[in-house]
Design a protein around this ligand. Structure first.
Ligand SMILES: Nc1nc2c(ncn2[C@@H]2O[C@H](COP(=O)(O)OP(=O)(O)OP(=O)(O)O)[C@@H](O)[C@H]2O)c(=O)[nH]1
Ligand SMILES: [Mg+2]
Length: 339
């Protein structure tokens, strides 16, 4: 795997594709490749685009990619689907939608679906973004479909997060239910050619005014004490208020405004030390996620099946309670690590 890093850096698309497949399949040896390419990351501007199914994410991504290409920038598109282990219909539709981009060497399109756990997908998305970043793309656009937590987990890797709504989905504002409004840096009401757009914009604005005190900090605070302690609050006097933009992706309307707003947000973050803080938060959250995953794996790898079965039956017979059972399992790990 590690031998793919040099060609990746030289713009070899096959090396890129192979590394992404290795990341997706968690193939042996991919960790050393990721470690080798890590020093080359941190240059691409990562933009997350998320929203309910069919709101027009792929159409917007395509328009954004075209606009960036016009400016001479290279673009990688990563379409992540946490809802399905299959890369079926939606991706096929995307192929057609993104047809305008095919044949352009400055654009790379890749899709990823759930293989195992959602946590696994969040990790492989982060890794895939790093591979694309190290490959030298100026912009990495990450499209995620799903609801609630899955979107939140996946867009955590983005610097600018665009939440996409569309009128007439049965509900004025879908994002509120899913709780994804808190992660939005920019809100887009797409399909502005459809009826109900005004009420959707109004509802979103009202929601934003109600509750958007520094959403990132809230998110970090939710993630545990370690981060709460580490997050400085004094630098957030000037808070970013997410703007609401109307677009008609199919007509290319509002794309210029969206592009400009992404730039404004980027400038906002790169001012002062905001970007360093955001990256620090991302890294901390990622490390917590990875440690959690590694510990669970370590424990269950070391644990004989009989022990687990035994502890389960002890709980079932009311001999011990679940928390005591957990303590037994954790004690088992400590004994084994010490050996
Ligand atoms: N009328 C109208 N239709 C649109 C607009 N944008 C996208 N569409 C259509 O809406 C449908 C869904 O668009 P996509 O871009 O695939 O939406 P998506 O959010 O990527 O969909 P999933 O990835 O399946 O969740 C397609 O038929 C688009 O042509 C718009 O601004 N106005
Ligand atoms: Mg799509």
């Amino acid at each position: 795997m590690i031998e793919l890093v040099a060609p990746l850096r030289d713009g070899d698309r096959r090396a890129l594709a192979r590394l992404l497949t290795a990341v997706e399949n968690e193939r042996v040896g991919v960790d050393s490749a990721l470690a080798a390419l890590f020093p080359y990351t941190g240059h691409a501007w990562v933009i997350g685009l998320t929203g309910a199914p069919g709101t027009g994410k792929s159409s917007l991504v395509t328009e954004l990619a075209k606009a960036y290409r016009k400016q001479g920038e290279t673009v990688a598109i990563l379409a992540v689907d946490p809802t399905s282990p299959f890369t079926g219909g939606a991706i096929l539709g995307d192929r057609i939608r993104m047809r305008d981009l095919s044949g352009d060497k400055g654009v790379f399109i890749r899709s990823m679906a759930t293989r195992g756990s959602l946590g696994g997908l969040a990790r492989s998305t982060r890794d895939a973004i790093r591979v694309l970043d190290a490959a030298g793309f100026d912009r990495v656009l990450v499209e995620t479909v799903g609801a609630g937590q899955s979107e939140v987990d996946i867009v955590r890797a983005a610097y600018t997060t665009v939440v996409i709504e569309a009128p007439g989905l049965g509900d004025d504002v879908q994002a509120i239910k899913a709780g994804i409004l808190e992660i939005a840096d920019i809100l887009v009401v797409n399909k502005a050619d459809r009826p109900g757009v005004d009420s959707a914009v109004k509802a979103l604005r009202a929601m934003l005014e109600l509750g958007h005190p520094a959403s990132r900090e809230q998110m970090v605070a939710h993630h545990g004490k370690m981060m709460q302690a580490e997050v400085p609050t004094s630098h957030h006097q000037e808070i970013w208020m997410p703007p609401v933009i109307r677009t008609v992706a199919t007509e290319g309307e509002g794309i210029g405004e969206l592009l400009a707003m992404i730039e404004t947000h980027r400038q906002f973050l790169t001012q002062a030390d905001r970007m360093q803080q955001l990256e620090q938060q991302h890294i901390q959250m990622e490390l917590v996620d990875r440690v959690r995953e590694a510990l669970v794996k370590q424990l269950f790898t070391a644990l004989p099946t009989e022990t687990l079965v035994d502890v389960v039956s002890q709980v079932q017979s009311r001999a011990i309670d679940p928390q005591t059972a957990v303590n037994h399992l954790l004690a088992f790990r400590q004994v084994n690590v010490a050996k």
